[in-house]
Design a protein. Structure first.
Length: 456
């Protein structure tokens, strides 16, 4: 077994990889700038984790794992180089984990795209797990019903469970992963099935030329995948090259017909494949469900036999997740940090609670994203009765002159700019709230702490 050291082990992606290795019997250590619930879980599993970055944290003989956010002047990176230790990006580790899973006979299904990859990878993992198929997975968020973002299971084991054409299905046959495109590392993988939920301009800090660069990257990823499933209704996807299996609400190999607010009829090549229920709100979650059904069906699972496992799935952590309630005021947390994601989250909120009750609290994520998508963001809040904009979460970026939250707020109707950290934002916001209000925190940064600050 190997020895691994994670720099910034507490992030959702890094902690999942660390958990996977621990379950596989490896020795894991790490560090981060603060404790977190993810770090507590890793310690319970046997990881040695230090708070604060220090050269002394790096053990001899370890493979060092870091993310894009960790710079070369980090003291642990410097120490690892002094010791001559291999230093890998987290995507390199996921690549090796996936390749090992495939060698063990697992079917590697990777979920990608600008939006929805955490929800689709989580939903696929959840459904397979509840069906007793023992999937291995590394997802980009916590699956509330399983209370984990990663799971390791051994080689395929024959089972008496019969799902496809009366034939027994192998437990442990599937490896599910969320494949991040933000830094171009999606080209490192060779999945058996690649699912592309959608494609829109984002991550301008990496894709300097916008969509052309993004399309080029995805075309390379497509060329390395055995089978590719795409959203046929998405305009960005139509720029890609390849022979695709398609899903969508219009013309596609896999389509869905809504019977009521919960029930979906899923069709494959015009014939009824299965009927299932979901409790996830919003049209975007109909697409997410279609993506998962298509992927599992193409992987050999008879989805009709496991359709009952879709409804109990309540969504991923930080995806329109209710975090609490006080004085008749409900508080939700959502990772949405792109205009399309914000529109989807607020549409779901408005349809459930009424637009007039929805208060959107938006923390812009990165100066480059706010600058590049300024006008798109301005049209994202039509389903909120009131909008609060907080300071930009820089995510290690330097400020850009003229690009700031105060200026952005002046260009929106029914909008207020509130400065300060989340504790200060909550203190300023709370007195104006009243029973029946629904507060939705939006963003990928410290906005996730808003609910805790409001409730306590």
């Amino acid at each position: 077994m190997g020895k691994y050291h994670f720099i910034a082990i507490g992030g959702i992606g890094m902690s999942g990889l660390a958990k996977y290795l621990l379950e596989d019997g490896h020795t894991v250590s790490g560090s981060d700038i603060a404790d977190s619930k993810y770090i507590d879980k890793l310690r319970e599993m046997g990881a040695e984790v230090n708070v604060g970055h220090s050269a002394n944290n790096v053990p001899e003989g370890a493979i060092v794992i870091k993310s894009t956010a960790i710079r070369d002047n980090n003291p642990e990176v410097i120490r690892a180089k002094e010791l001559g230790l291999p230093i890998y990006h987290r995507s390199d580790l996921l690549k090796e984990i996936a390749a090992t899973a495939q060698k063990d006979g697992k079917c590697f299904i990777g979920f990608s795209g600008t939006h929805g990859k955490t929800t689709t990878s989580g939903l696929a993992s959840y459904v397979l797990d509840k069906a007793g198929l023992e999937p291995s997975f590394v997802d980009g968020g916590i699956i509330p019903e399983l209370n984990t973002n990663a799971q390791h299971r051994g080689k395929c084991i024959q089972t008496d469970l019969k799902l496809q054409d009366g034939c027994p299905v192998e437990c442990g046959k599937f490896f599910i992963a969320e494949l991040d495109e933000s830094d171009g590392t999606i080209v490192k993988y060779s999945p058996d099935i690649l699912v592309i939920n959608n494609l829109e301009e984002d991550h301008i800090d990496f894709y300097k030329n916008g969509m052309p660069d993004l399309v080029k990257t995805f075309n390379q990823a497509i060329s390395q995948s055995k089978k590719v499933i795409v959203n046929n209704d998405n305009e960005g996807v139509k720029l890609l090259n390849g022979d695709f299996i398609t899903f969508g609400l219009k013309e596609a190999d896999y389509t869905a017909k809504s019977i009521d607010n919960e029930t979906l009829e899923i069709y494959h090549l015009g014939g009824l494949l299965t009927t299932l229920k979901i409790q996830l709100a919003g049209i975007h979650n109909v697409y997410n469900t279609l993506a998962v059904v298509a992927a599992l069906n193409e992987a050999g699972v008879n989805v009709k036999s496991i359709a009952q496992h879709f409804y109990p799935f309540t969504g991923m952590g930080r995806r329109f997740q209710k975090v609490g309630e006080f004085d008749g005021i409900q508080v939700f947390d959502d990772y949405a940090h792109h205009p399309t994601e914000i529109k989807a989250a607020l549409q779901a909120a408005a349809s459930k609670f009424g637009k007039e009750n929805v208060i959107a609290v938006f923390q812009p994520h990165r100066f480059t994203r706010l600058q590049a998508l300024w006008n798109e963001f301005k049209t994202s809040f039509e389903n909120a009765g009131r909008v609060i904009v907080t300071d930009v979460y820089a995510a290690s970026e330097d400020p850009i002159e003229g690009v700031n939250s105060e200026k952005f707020a002046t260009e929106l109707q029914n909008c207020e700019y509130i400065s300060g950290n989340m504790q200060e934002v909550a203190q300023k916001l709370k007195p104006a709230l009243k029973s029946g209000n629904v507060v939705v925190g939006l963003g990928a940064g410290t906005i996730t702490n808003l609910g805790k600050e409001l409730i306590h």
